[in-house]
Structure formats: C-alpha cells, structure tokens
Design a protein around this ligand. Structure first.
Ligand code: FES
Ligand code: FES
Length: 150
C-alpha cells in the first residue's frame, strides 16, 4: 500500500518532505493534511484522497520565506536537511495553536520531531524568535492602524 510520503516525494516530486525513520517517530515527513500536522509515512495515500495537502514547499510565500523559516536560518536552527523541514512544519503548527509559547511549550510542541546531531537549543531559540517576530509584526500593524486613525 502506497504511503502519502511516497506519493509526495516520488509522484508529486516534492522532495522537501524527508523520510527519516519511516515509522512515525522522527517527524521528518511532517505535512499538513486538511490543516492537521501528520507524519506522512504513516498515512496511506488513499486516505489522503481529496484532502488539502500542504508540504514544506508551500510554507514560503513565493520567494518570501515564512517567518519560521527565516528565524531557523538566523538562529542556526536549520541544522540538517533531513530534520529541518519537519521541524519547521511542527513550529508553524505550534505557533498557530500557541502564538507565544514559553520554552516548555516549544519543547513540547516539537516533541514529535527528533534531532540526533546537535540538540535542540538552537531549534528552540529559532521558534522563540519566530514567535517574537510575529508579535513585532502585529504591533507594527497596530501602530500603523493607530496612525491612520488618530
Ligand atoms: S519518517 Fe515519518 S516520522 Fe520518521
Ligand atoms: S537536525 Fe537533523 S539530526 Fe539534528
């Protein structure tokens, strides 16, 4: 039975989604299916039929990196090519559910995504930075709104 991961990589040619463990334990294959973060190595392709799929390729806005991607680059959270796409997807998911997470919430939010090389410090820093960035953007928008309507 074909897995969603195989269809994504081999048929859709979206190779940003990686295979790590192939057993649902590392998060490297994370994608959004109908807005829900799933391990695509565990999802039968047939089950995804008709669902909305968003992979790491759909996170940036054209040439404009998503704030989480920019933060991972700036803070050194992009540590290896296998884990980083899944980490970014999990961080996007976390910040959607919890826009201002503390360190424990960040670690909890990324608990399904494993790194066996460098550790999680820079990854956690990256997510915290992405969260701050969103606050800064929201505040700028508020200020701009206040300026327009004194
Ligand atoms: S490859 Fe799917 S969770 Fe590891
Ligand atoms: S980021 Fe991939 S093993 Fe550490």
């Amino acid at each position: 039975m074909a897995r969603l991961l195989d269809v994504i990589r081999e048929e859709l040619d979206l190779t940003g989604t990686k295979e790590g463990c192939g057993e649902g334990e590392c998060g490297a294959c994370s994608v959004f299916l109908d807005g829900k973060l799933v391990n695509s190595c565990l999802v039968p392709a047939a089950q995804a039929q008709g669902a909305e799929l968003r992979t790491i390729e759909g996170v940036a806005d054209g040439e404009q990196l998503h704030g989480v991607q920019a933060a991972f680059l700036e803070c050194g959270g992009a540590q290896c090519g296998i884990c980083t796409p899944g980490m970014v997807m999990a961080a996007v998911d976390l910040l959607r559910r919890c826009p201002q997470p503390d360190e424990a919430q960040i670690r909890d939010g990324l608990a399904g995504n494993l790194c066996r090389c460098t550790g999680y410090v820079k990854i956690v820093d990256s997510v915290a930075s992405a969260a701050k960035r969103a606050v800064a953007v929201a505040e700028q928008a508020l200020q701009a709104g206040a300026g327009a309507n004194p």
